[in-house]
Design a protein around this ligand. Structure first.
Ligand SMILES: C[S@@+](CC[C@H](N)C(=O)[O-])C[C@H]1O[C@@H](n2cnc3c(N)ncnc32)[C@H](O)[C@@H]1O
Length: 335
């Protein structure tokens, strides 16, 4: 990356004020809908990000163990396909816990560009990574990867030599609806460039007996993660949600092949946010997250519709519950 590109990278780092304005708009609009809905990106303030890390260590939460197992086993083979001097662009980097598995296997990676909406957590998480890879150029970007505007800025700061590799682990792609996922992949392809690659974690598990506990664990860490969104609204948007009047619920929706997280009102109540009143009936919910589960064919169709070809796929070799895969995609028509 040139010096000028590095300066542009810092400009792309979104001032928190803009993120805050989007948060307020999403909350006021989302709570006004007949099915109250909040985008799951807002679950990740500093506390939410810490709670998510705790979730990834839970017995019931198979995706992280499964994906790490696959990456450990297959990183060398994946790295061979990626080649030398790649710029690794991680979408939703969070704790960056999985990143060293890829960086260590790659031959002379050129740079690491972690992108996350959770600014404070992003910068904190990079300290151990930078200590482990002192020679690596690291360029953090605070941005919303679901926004075309943010992805266009990302495009400007990345090298245009086809050596960019997107890294999108954690089955975060499942948080988008299928049309949103197609749009994301298309915009990521525009940002990374033709010929670039993308390593992506995809959950294909469809057994509700495995899925529901993974999103509603016995220790109630996922419940705390979900309810923390109300704490965030109270703190940042002058809300008056009473946490004891809501409960966390995880539902499997077989028609949509997705797990849904909801916050269910236990009573009839009014809640105020930034001076606006929102009415809840007992049993009414705020839909806070989707986690879509893709069969092999469905995922391949999604990629093709967005201009990506699957060129490799690795699965956990038994022992772990669920059905989690790591897929390598190439942007553009088949070579
Ligand atoms: C499911 S977690 C995955 C974290 C990590 N990559 C992993 O595999 O464990 C999703 C991550 O993406 C970030 N995130 C969610 N929505 C985002 C968005 N629209 N733009 C940027 N980051 C987002 C969250 O802050 C969080 O760190």
């Amino acid at each position: 990356m040139t010096k000028q590109q590095r300066m542009q990278a810092h400009e792309t780092g979104r001032p928190n004020a803009q993120i805050d304005a989007r948060f307020a708009a999403d909350v006021l609009q989302g709570l006004s809908r007949s099915q109250k809905t909040l985008p799951c990106a807002w679950l990740y303030d500093l506390r939410g990000s810490e709670l998510f890390v705790e979730i990834t260590g839970l017995e019931e939460y198979y995706p992280t163990r499964s994906e790490i197992g696959t990456l450990k086993r297959s990183a060398r083979e994946i790295a061979r396909q990626i080649g030398a001097h790649a710029t690794v662009v991680e979408f939703g980097s969070g704790s960056s816990h999985k990143t060293p598995l890829l960086l260590e296997a790659l031959e002379a990676p050129a740079a690491y560009v972690p992108i996350d909406i959770s600014a404070e957590f992003l910068y904190e998480s990079l300290k151990p990574l930078q200590a482990r890879f002192p020679a690596l150029h690291v360029e953090p970007v605070v941005a919303d990867f679901s926004k075309a505007e943010d992805m266009r800025k990302l495009r400007k700061l990345l090298p245009a030599d086809g050596r960019n590799v997107g890294f999108f682990p954690g089955s975060t792609i499942g948080n988008f609806t299928p049309p949103e996922a197609t749009l994301f992949l298309r915009q990521a392809g525009d940002a990374l460039g033709q010929g670039s690659l993308m390593l992506i974690g995809v959950d294909s598990t469809t057994d509700p007996e495995i899925l529901v506990p993974a999103y509603d664990d016995a220790r109630k860490v996922t419940a705390a993660f979900n309810l923390n969104l109300l704490v965030r609204i109270n703190r940042e948007l002058s809300g008056n949600f009473r946490l004891g009047d809501f409960r966390h619920e995880a539902r499997f929706n077989p028609e949509q092949s997705r797990v849904e997280m909801h916050l269910v009102s236990l009573i009839d109540q009014d809640v105020w946010v930034q001076g606006s009143r929102f009415q809840f009936k007992a049993g009414e919910s705020i839909h806070t997250e989707n986690s879509y589960k893709y069969g092999e064919q469905k995922f391949a169709q999604l990629c093709a519709a967005a201009g990506w070809q699957e060129i490799g796929k690795w699965m956990e070799a038994g022992g772990e519950r669920g059905n989690f895969g790591v897929h390598l995609l190439r942007c553009g028509a088949a070579a």
